[in-house]
Design a protein around this ligand. Structure first.
Ligand code: PLP
Length: 404
């Protein structure tokens, strides 16, 4: 077997489809977000404005967060020194878990090294903890949820995206006594639509299921204190497990679940992806604690964030640029072809110093390739107007379709 050829051929296939991924080599500048330097050309660093970061609130440069991290570095040192069970539970981890449980008004929280791991580890262990369980999964669930559900090995059904009738049809086919888990998201991050949490909880009650809600793109951003859509819609107590990340609105990294003491204790005791890995560095836990506290106390950030997203949608729409329907802070603009999508982002980067990563299959279905724009509270009117002008020019230059 010519192994090197196998690898090269696999990549050549996605190159041919226009889906080959090129990473931007960014030097973020604390205090100057969303400005950054693009180091792709080696020493010739070029300034860019970042329009696709998931540091939704700019908390990655927040002064309280940075101060907490500097101080934790001096207090705790660099790494945690172990798994959570063997020397890797520091006071920063314990405090952060207490804060996250409070954020979601749940009894307990459990930290993981990322949101991906939180989903994979928890959903896979649920199959083990709940004998003969059936899992019902929204068709647009994130790859990490799919991985966890598959890994768990329980019987599983995919319901059409946010389709309550289809979900009910599937639930009905199983006796009430049989364990059931409904897994779904609150904000779907590529389209910016929202899962029907309350209605799904109604179905869960009726058919004796528990609910697993990924709030990765909503924590910090919705609800009076940033507890997500489940806080905003006052349904936190109806959701069995709320999962979130520290890597997006909170600006750091790490993931978590929250729920009852019994559930968290069971996941803590059985989930491989929690047990057999070194815990987050205490510096990260301390920074996340400062971030969650800050974000909970600053609803003004959430108000400004929504205002920025609305302003951008309106400005793009006024120029006939095809903004896809979104009821959240995500601003998707349809291109509909992988090669052209990449061309748009190349021209934006090279001619206008604007960085937006093209979003292609398999992240979104083929034919719906798009720009996914994420304005934050620190994207000013001026740079927003620059973006809209540049996009309008590129649309003409590449002869792309506008909407009426
Ligand atoms: N869940 C959803 C819906 C996501 O979009 C992502 C990441 O983009 C994750 C989970 C994983 O979170 P993390 O980046 O913290 O690993």
């Amino acid at each position: 077997m010519d192994y090197e050829k196998q690898f090269a051929d696999a990549v050549q296939k996605i190159r041919h489809e226009g889906r080959y991924r090129v990473f931007a080599d960014l030097q973020r500048e604390a205090g100057n977000f969303p400005r950054a330097l693009n180091r792709q050309d080696g020493d010739n660093a070029r300034p860019v404005t970042v329009w696709c970061s998931n540091d939704y609130l700019g908390m990655g440069q927040n002064e309280d967060v940075l101060a907490a991290m500097h101080s934790a570095l001096d207090t705790y040192g660099a790494g945690s020194g172990g798994t959570r069970n063997i020397a890797g539970t520091t006071h920063a981890h314990v405090q952060l878990e207490a804060e996250l449980a409070e954020l979601h008004a749940k009894e307990k929280a459990l930290l993981f090294t990322s949101g991906y791991v939180a989903n994979e580890a928890t959903l896979s262990v649920l199959s083990r903890l709940l004998p003969d369980a059936v899992i019902f999964s929204d068709s647009l669930n994130h790859a990490s949820m799919i991985a966890g559900i598959r890994h768990g090995g329980a019987e599983r059904y995919i319901f059409r995206h946010n389709d309550l009738e289809h979900l009910e049809e599937l639930l009905k086919q199983h006796p009430r006594e049989r364990a059931k888990v409904i897994a779904f998201e609150s904000v779907y991050s590529m389209d910016g639509d929202v899962g029907s949490i309350s209605e799904i909880c109604d179905l869960a009650d009726e058919y004796g299921a528990i609910t697993y809600l990924d709030e990765v793109h909503a924590v910090g951003l919705y609800g009076e204190q940033g507890g997500g859509i489940s806080e905003r819609d006052d349904v936190r107590d109806r959701v069995t497990i709320i999962q979130g990340t520290l890597a997006k609105a909170f600006g750091l990294m790490g993931g978590y679940i929250t729920g009852s003491s019994a559930m968290v204790d069971a996941v803590r005791s059985f989930a491989s992806g929690f047990i057999f890995t070194t815990s987050l560095p205490p510096v990260v836990a301390a920074g996340a604690l400062a971030s969650v506290r800050y974000v909970r106390a600053h609803n003004d950030l959430r108000v400004r964030h929504q205002e920025r997203a609305q302003r951008l949608k309106t400005s793009l729409g006024a120029r006939g640029l095809p903004v896809m329907p979104s009821v959240t802070h995500i601003v998707p603009v349809l291109v509909g072809d992988p090669v052209r999508c990449k061309q748009v982002t190349d021209v934006l980067l090279n001619d206008h110093g604007i960085y937006i990563q093209p979003i292609n299959y398999p992240t979104v279905p083929k034919g719906t390739e798009r720009l996914r724009i994420t304005p934050s509270p620190v994207h000013s009117d001026r740079i927003m107007d620059d973006l809209v002008d540049a996009l309008s020019l590129v649309w003409d230059q590449l002869d792309l379709q506008r909407v009426a």
